[in-house]
Design a protein around this ligand. Sequence first.
Ligand code: C2E
Ligand code: MG
Ligand code: MG
Ligand code: MG
Length: 280
Amino acid sequence: EAKRQRDGEAQFFQQAQEDELEDRLTLERELKHAIDHDELCLHLQPQVDAHRQVIGAEALVRWQHPERGMISPGRFIPIAEETGLILPLGHWVLKEGCRLLGEWRHQPACCHLKLSLNVSVRQFQQPDFADQVLAVIQQYDAPPERLTLELTESLLLSDPDGTICKMQQLQQRGVSFALDDFGTGYSSLAYLKLLPLDTLKIDITFVRDLTLDMQATPIAATIVALAESLGLGVIAEGVETEDQRLVLANLGCRIYQGFLFGRPVQPESFSKAIQCHQDK
Ligand code: C2E
Ligand code: MG
Ligand code: MG
Ligand code: MG
C-alpha cells in the first residue's frame, strides 16, 4: 500500500514537472514569435523629484499575448535569459526606447525627460553591446544624454574590466548608468568606485518596510549615505505611501519611483499626462 502511494506521488510529481517543462517550451516558442510580430510594448513609469515634478521614466517591457492577455516580465524575462531570446528582446527594447526618445525631442512637454532602459547581463556582455547602443541612438536620432541604462550588480561577478570599458565608451557619448535593485546583489565596494555610474536605485524590498514610527531600515540609510559618499544620485524604487516618501526624504533621497506617483502606463498615456500637467 505504502509503495503504491509512493509510486502515485512520484508519478504526480513527474507529471507536474513535464507540464511545467511543456509550459515553458510553449512560452519560449511564443515569445520568439512575439518579438518578431510586435506583441511586445514598453510601459513607462514616472520618476519624480522632491517637488513631484516628473524628471524621467523607466521603460518596463510588457507582452500583449493575443490569447493569454498581458504577461508580466517576471514571467518571461527569466525564460528569455535562459534561452538566449533576451538578446533579440533586449535589442527590441533598445530600439523602442530610442525611438520614443527621438519622438520626445519634438514634444515640448517631454523633450527634457530622461528615459531608463533595463539591460540584462547577457545583453550587456555581448562584445559589441556599446556599438549596438550607439548605432540605435543614431538610427532614431535620440539624444544620448537623455538615455540611462539600468544594470544589475551581477554584471560585476564575471567581467569587471569589460564592463567598465563598455560603460566608459557609452558614457563618453553621454549615456548614463544606474545600478538597479541595489543592495540585493553582491557588489564589491571597491568595484563600485571604479564604475562610471550615475545613480544607485534602492531596491523595493528596502523601501517596503519603511514607516514613520519605526527607525528607517539601516539598509536604506546606508545606501543613501553610500551614494552620497561616492558622489552618486539615488532613486528609491517602489514608493507606495507618503510615509515611505517622507522617511526617504529625511534620509536625503531626492528622486522617487513608485505607485504613489504613477503606475507604468502606455507611452501615449504617459505623454498625455505630462502635457496635461504642464498645461495646468
Ligand atoms: P525593475 O527594473 O526593478 O523594475 C521595477 C519593478 O517594480 C517593475 O515591475 C515595476 O512595475 C514595479 N514597481 C514600480 N513601482 C512599484 C510600487 O510602488 N510597488 C510595487 N509593488 N511594484 C512597483 P515589472 O514591470 O513587473 O518588472 C519586473 C522586472 O522585470 C524589472 O524590475 C526588470 O528587472 C525586469 N524588466 C522589465 N522590463 C525589462 C526590460 O525591458 N529588459 C530587461 N532585461 N528586464 C526588464
Ligand atoms: Mg529597472
Ligand atoms: Mg529595480
Ligand atoms: Mg526589481
